[in-house]
Design a protein around this ligand. Structure first.
Ligand code: S3P
Length: 168
């Protein structure tokens, strides 16, 4: 079985849906944010605050390289900003089938309201931040993806059934 890698904006459901799918299929689930927090013994917000974003982005590339060393057959969720680096997009392609979980700005705003854990969303106007990042990232997600899955106004079960069809 090939790996299925979930990309998309913060709040798209990569971790929640990925974990649920992996559980249903009884296969491993890994999340690059969790790998980084575990290895650094720090929250992502602390890594950003203490070492800066470029350092965090290096850790993401490192996590992808570690995933490439593992046996195939996993569901992997990656941080929302990870595909922005071209090098990471190349590593993602090597890692498996890349699925882009799509959501509209309205949906993302509703899901991310009140979030305090994500450094890219703190301070100022949430909708404006989402819209600005989305403008810069949409094309990147589309380029990195083999398949696109809409998550708006859809039942979790239905999305998971669609995801299953891409587990090859
Ligand atoms: C980020 C997304 C986060 C996390 C970090 C930066 C981003 O992951 O990697 O806060 O730049 O979009 P999630 O997409 O899992 O929230």
């Amino acid at each position: 079985m090939k790996n299925l890698i979930l990309i998309g904006f913060m709040g798209a459901g990569k971790t929640t849906l990925g974990r649920a799918l992996a559980k249903e299929l009884s296969i491993p689930f890994l999340d690059t944010d969790d790998m980084i927090e575990e290895q650094q013994q720090k929250k992502i917000s602390a890594i950003f605050a203490e070492s800066g974003e470029p350092y965090f982005r290096d850790l993401e590339t490192q996590a992808l390289r570690q995933l490439l060393e593992r046996p195939q057959g996993m569901i992997v969720a990656v941080g929302g900003g990870l595909p922005v680096r071209e090098e990471n997009r190349e590593l993602l392609k090597k890692l498996g089938t890349v699925a882009y979980l799509e959501a509209t700005i309205d949906t993302l705003e509703a899901r991310l309201r009140g979030d305090t854990a994500r450094p890219k969303l703190q301070g100022g106007d949430l909708r404006g931040r989402i819209a600005e990042l989305m403008r810069a990232r949409r094309a990147v997600y589309e380029e990195a993806a083999d398949v696109r899955i809409c998550t708006d106004k859809r039942d979790r079960k239905e999305i998971i059934e669609e995801m299953k069809t891409y587990v090859l």
